[in-house]
Design a protein around this ligand. Structure first.
Ligand SMILES: Nc1ncnc2c1ncn2[C@@H]1O[C@H](COP(=O)(O)OP(=O)(O)OP(=O)(O)O)[C@@H](O)[C@H]1O
Length: 434
């Protein structure tokens, strides 16, 4: 088999501490039309990988110093979409299963069969993202985004294109799903990468003293770069009005007559469907249209479970190196959990598990316990919100009925006894509303 025309010249990095085998593999791959880089150790491979950005890696498993597992953890954390094929004389089924669960693309056992090698490499090429010509050779812009799912790859492709424009961007998606990470990646890919990346949490702008404009301050300090307006739906009305001309002018016509507008690219993020905020009069429709000219939607983690092994591997590699890991059963649990808090919650659970486990490999029992505790915490938060709502409701009801319990109970569709019990639970005295 030979590499198809489109793949000719694609670079493959081969890592083995056996020079004879390295030569053999190189010869096979070169004959099939690939460009090949060789490394005799994990450390050398990592350096070559960073410099050359190959489309795929073939690595021996057992090597002195950084072994194949450790090398894979580094590669996967830095470039999760580059397929890694592990070549091993010691390939056992459990090894292979554990490694594939961590995101290894495939296994080849020594002594290798030339046809099998080329078939595996061709499969890897089919899933390996081509280096985007417009992005140059540098894929570093997306280094903070670990993903292997098609839906994320498509989103990143759109994000990369968006980086070249200067229109405002609206990123929507659930809490903790990676909206800010995406905004930072777009900044890194843009011509403004060397300029600041500022973040304003719009929820914190409400109720500030009149005359102060933290938005204006943030615009000034991120001049030339990006400004992320987090939770844009919470931007107070006065600040919405202030933002509108800036966003509009930038997107409709970038003309020199607008020298007064600060040179900045606005990215907004939201966890809500903004149309509801517009219907309720909390958000200006004109601002929504101006800011949403490029709309990117970050999927929830539950909608891209294929990303979970790669994310887990990256979180482990960030803090603990390759000597730590999860048992296959623990990994399966993580892949099946609900993840209402998305990637942020996954990261917290993995970090807690690694901190608490007394063995290098995190057992399933610990992950099960942590997931149960997470669910309990969410339920408590829900109860708390329900209690707060009930209290506000009762107070407003008594206020509007002038403390008339019979009337208030009727409105609340409760009998008087039930209603008195509710009041007692919240320590509310109806007499004080008369
Ligand atoms: N694809 C990803 N790869 C690696 N880390 C990620 C990814 N997505 C999110 N994270 C990590 O998860 C955490 C939450 O991500 P981020 O702050 O970008 O989410 P968000 O959607 O902006 O959250 P919020 O809604 O709370 O503002 C961060 O620590 C971030 O580094």
């Amino acid at each position: 088999m030979s590499a198809d025309a489109a793949q000719t010249g694609a670079r493959i990095l081969v890592v083995d501490d056996d020079p004879g085998l390295l030569d053999l593999i190189e010869m096979r791959l070169v004959a099939a039309g690939y460009a090949v880089s060789c490394a005799a150790s994990g450390e050398e491979a990592l350096a070559r990988f960073r410099a050359e950005r190959p489309r795929a890696v073939i690595s021996d498993l057992r090597m002195d110093g950084m072994d194949g597992h450790a090398l894979f953890a580094h590669l996967h954390a830095e470039a999760p979409t580059v397929p890694v094929i592990i070549l091993t004389a010691h390939g056992t089924i459990p090894d292979a299963v554990a490694a594939t669960q961590r995101g290894v693309f495939g296994f080849l056992t020594k002594p290798f069969d030339g046809h099998e090698l080329l078939a595996k490499v061709a499969e890897a090429m089919a899933v390996s993202p081509r280096v985007d010509a417009s992005a140059g050779e540098d894929a570093g812009w997306r280094a903070g985004i670990v993903s292997s799912s098609l839906v994320m790859e498509e989103l990143l492709r759109r994000a990369r294109r968006a980086a070249d424009a200067d229109d405002p961007i609206l990123i929507s998606g659930p809490r903790g799903s990676g909206k800010e990470s995406l905004a930072r990646a777009i900044h890194a890919a843009s011509g403004r990468a060397r300029k600041p990346f500022g973040v304003v949490n719009c929820g914190e702008l409400a109720g500030l003293k009149p005359g102060s404009s933290p938005l204006a301050d943030a615009l000034a300090s991120a001049r030339g770069g990006f400004l992320l307006l987090d939770d844009i739906e919470e931007l107070p009305a006065a600040e919405q009005a202030r933002l509108l001309p800036l966003v509009r002018e930038h997107s409709l016509f970038s003309s020199p007559t607008l020298a007064a507008a600060p040179d900045i690219r606005i990215v907004a993020s939201t966890t809500q469907a903004l149309d509801q905020a517009i219907r309720e009069g909390r958000f200006r429709a004109d601002l929504f249209y101006a800011i949403g000219r490029i709309a990117l939607n970050m999927p929830s983690l539950a909608d891209r479970r294929e990303d979970i092994p790669a994310l887990v591997a990256a979180f482990i590699a960030q803090h603990h190196g390759a000597e730590r890991g999860l048992s296959p059963e623990a990994m399966m649990m993580l892949q099946e959990a609900a993840w209402p808090g998305n990637v942020l919650q996954l990261r917290n659970v993995v970090e807690q598990a690694l901190a608490l486990a007394v063995t290098p490999q995190v057992p399933a029992t610990l992950v099960r316990r942590l997931l149960r505790e997470e669910t309990e915490r969410e339920m408590e938060a829900l109860d708390e919100a329900r209690r707060a709502f009930e209290y506000d409701y009762l107070v407003q009801l008594l206020d509007s009925t002038g403390g008339n319990v019979t009337h208030a109970a009727r409105v609340a569709k409760r009998n008087r006894t039930e209603f008195y019990k509710l009041l007692a639970r919240h320590n509310i005295d109806p007499a004080s509303y008369k």
